[in-house]
Design a protein around this ligand. Structure first.
Ligand code: ADP
Ligand code: MG
Length: 268
């Protein structure tokens, strides 16, 4: 992997509001992630987790605040941040083969008009192998299972050789082989000091595989080591009274908004 300066990510007072939305999806979000740290982002549906990831990779404009990577405003070194989107947010009908998707991870390093060389092809082959999808290299992604598709996107992110890797709900709706491959990948990337930010609904996973938890519900409810963050009081503030723990996964009755939102609407 290329020589790097520390992959410090600093998010300062960031707010994002979608066009025509009544309230911001993210409000005054501030947190910092040192190099090589693994952060789990936990929060109810609609909390702004995907919005945060999109803002971090410049797919959404921020109306307020700043995002600094290596101490510099995002944009200067875009290619050092890789992003694996949430499954539902990808148009899987796009007719492109697995190897080409993974090669897209190399374009940041290559520049769009240069052709991939031997070195790039070797990296792509290694990433396909690592995610257990080498035999699928020539297949079109729309023919694959959900888990295989996810592993293609993970391989693409790996091929980018990122300093910071963002994964939006990589454990949701995929088979156990893919979950296991993703967990192995998390461990491997830790040894390479890649900074990881991963959203999940699995509190067990957040507590066991991550150094910090960012508990989010439009604002930062809590941020820190899992035992200090995943307290019943914080979970109640983030998820509301209808949140229940089933095998350490948060299940929320979605008909009932969290406390904070309910208090707001009741006072209106
Ligand atoms: P999460 O990933 O935590 O489920 P999202 O980031 O997807 O949450 O959504 C945060 C909020 O922004 C929600 O209220 C959602 O309805 C809203 N939102 C998300 N995407 C859009 C969009 N493209 N246009 C308008 N509002 C959106
Ligand atoms: Mg989401």
């Amino acid at each position: 992997m290329a020589v790097r300066s520390p992959a410090h990510l600093q998010v300062n007072d960031v707010s994002v509001t979608y066009h025509h939305a009544a309230r911001p999806a993210l409000e005054h979000v501030t947190f910092g992630v040192p190099e090589g740290m693994r952060v789990a982002v936990v929060g109810p549906n609609g909390a702004g987790k995907s919005t945060l990831f999109k803002a971090l990779v410049g797919l959404l404009p921020i109306q307020r605040g700043e995002i600094l990577i290596h101490g510099v405003a995002f944009g200067a070194h875009r290619e050092c941040v890789a992003y694996v989107p949430q499954r539902e947010q990808v148009d899987w009908r796009f007719p492109v083969n697995v190897q080409d998707v993974v090669m897209m991870g190399r374009y940041g390093a290559l520049g769009w008009f240069k052709r991939p060389g031997k070195h790039d092809r070797a990296i792509v082959a290694r990433c396909l192998e690592q995610m257990g999808i080498a035999p699928l290299a020539a297949r079109s992604i729309d023919e694959l299972s959900g888990g295989q598709q996810q592993r293609v996107f993970l391989a693409r992110a790996l091929a980018q050789e990122p300093h910071i890797l963002l994964m939006d709900e990589p454990f949701t709706g995929v088979d156990t082989t893919t979950q296991a491959a993703t967990l192995t990948l998390l461990d491997e990337l830790k040894t390479q000091r890649v900074t990881l930010i991963v959203s999940t609904h699995d509190l067990n996973l957040a507590a066991t595989h991550f150094d910090r938890v960012l508990l989010l519900n439009h604002r930062v409810i809590a941020y820190g080591a899992p035992p200090q963050t995943l307290t019943s009081e914080n979970l109640l503030r983030a998820f509301g009274a209808r949140a229940v723990l089933i095998e350490n996964k948060i299940v929320v009755d979605e008909c009932c908004p969290p406390e904070e939102q309910r208090a707001e609407s009741e006072s209106e």
